[in-house]
Every structure is written in structure tokens, then in C-alpha cells.
Design a binder for this molecule. Sequence first.
Ligand SMILES: [Zn+2]
Ligand SMILES: [Zn+2]
Length: 216
Amino acid sequence: MALNIQIIPVTPYAQNCTLLWDDETHEAVLTDTGGEAEYLWQLVQDKGLKLKEIWLTHGHLDHVGGVVKMRELSNNVPVIGPHEEDLFLLEDLPNKTREYAPQGFEFSPSFLPTRWLNEGEQVHLGKYVFDIMHIPGHTPGHIVFYCASEKLLIGGDVLFKESVGRTDFPRSSTEDLLHGIKTKLYTLPDDVLVIAGHRDPTTIGHEKQHNPYVRG
Ligand SMILES: [Zn+2]
Ligand SMILES: [Zn+2]
């Protein structure tokens, strides 16, 4: 009996959508359904899981571009997060997905989540509790999902293996990003696994020692 984790890179940017499921209840959550909704939905069906919610870290197209399609396929599964400060990105999704069509992105209408999330709130999957931390900087409404009992962080585009999220977007802030990593992520235990939005997972301890942008 455990929390199961499968990382599924989607979209031309190989964004790490994550399927989390609980063996006991067969309940599942998908994080950052950026695209390839039909494929993700089939995966959920093949495993015999019941999709409970979609959780979103932030509003960039490679993280949210498949949400509307997934809602259709799943008969309106609730969409939880990100923080409301990313509303402008969700509103701009039709423009952004049109602009990036040549790179292979599918068009997405704009949407509103079922519920925004704030610092200090919690979301649940079976018996597993995830604490929400609001870490602006990459985007103003970026949140991360932390499960203390499993030492697991769904981190989106905040902290990468030996790197950090880009801050060259409108309403980005390098100062906010590095401050959030230092004060919120680097206070977690060293053996917490960080599933980042792109590329390989890492741990808090590895980044405190080796991250060239922010050391513990
Ligand atoms: Zn991003
Ligand atoms: Zn990304």
C-alpha cells in the first residue's frame, strides 16, 4: 500500500505531467496536464483508476494546455490550482497556443479552475495530504504540492536539477523565485524527492549542495 507515481512527459517541451494514485482507493490525480489529454486519459483507464482531480502548479501552456480536453474526456473532473495570480496566463491561453502552434502545440480555449489555491491550504489523495506553498517568481501564481509523509514535492518550474525556473517572462521575478526556494524549499528535509516540471527529478539535499543559482 503506497502512493504510486508515474512521470509522463507531454507536449513538445517534455513537460513532466505526473500521475499519482492510491492503491487502496484507486483514486488518482494528474498534475499539470499540459497536453496529450487522450493519451493521459487512456493511461488512467488502463490502470483501472478513478481520476479525482487535476492539480496545476502554474499557468504556462505546456502545463495547462490539455486541461480543457481532459475535462471533456473525464466528464468535468475538478481542476485545482494554481494561485489566482496566474489568471492572466489562463486567459491568454488561446493566444499562446495559437502562437506556439508551429512548435506543435494544440489549440486550447481559456478556462477557469474549479478552485484556486493559496499558501497553507491542503489537497488530498486517499490518505495522502499535500501542503500548498505559493512560490512566485517564475510566474506570480506558481504553487508547489508537498507531501510530507511521502517526502515528495511536485515542484513545477521553480527548482530544477542544478537549475531554477526562468524569470524572463512578463511578471516574473528572480528575487522572489530565489527567496521562495531558500525560505520554503530549502527548509524541507534533504531526502525530499523533487519532481520538476522538466528533465530529471532531484532532491532538496542535492540542490542545497550543487545548485549554481541558490545554495542552502
Ligand atoms: Zn513554466
Ligand atoms: Zn514548464
